[in-house]
Design a protein around this ligand. Sequence first.
Ligand code: FE
Length: 254
Amino acid sequence: MIDLHCHILPGVDDGADTIEDSLAMAKKAISQGITHILCTPHHNNGRYENVKESVIHSVSLLQTEIDKHNLDLTLLEGQEVRITGDLITEINQDRILFTDLDDTYILIEFPTMDVPAYTEQIFFELRAMGKVPVIVHPERNAKLRENPDLLIPFLEMGCLGQLTAPSIVGVFGKSIQKTAKEMVARNLVQMVASDAHGIKKRTFYMKEAYEIIGKENGKEKITLMKQVTRDLVNGETVTYPAYEKKRKRKFGLF
Ligand code: FE
């Protein structure tokens, strides 16, 4: 299993603090059936920078430790990129890591409470450059949780959505869980990743999330989502069933 979004690198953001924390996370990941982790520290979220070269360096140091401890886990380099007005410039300056080596898919985080007005313009420019924005944990964003249909214009531009595993398990409460389930059922998100920050509350929950997804949507959905995850790492084209429009409530019939 691949985990596309994880704060396992030590001392670079609000994820693992020390190498020991990272190794504990690695063991927990392996116990979940995870074989590959895309290390995605926060980039430009107001607190952390984590530019491309520094992430590459940290990943190689942690991989050495993981190998030394005979842990069967492969780390890959990534970033969780907070959307800012400077994103295109930063890409042009080679400061950004994508999920694949061809620089196609980019994990984009919105601020928690808002979808910035300039998002559409930036996504339009990214699409024109042949890049695919992947909106991370839309179910945790206040605006998108209130109205998941706000994702539709972005999906129609060719963007994707990544659900966070603990959300659908219920770790962030009932409201986020309900939205998470709706987004999966309606194909508003096409993949799941842990966004794990440690081994306690915000941990992997990948196994549990896939179990819920399979139970509520059929095993086929798990296969599709896992394929999307592989496509993102390999830079392959994603094929996924189209989103479903919200079913209208029937009333006034009787
Ligand atoms: Fe994250």
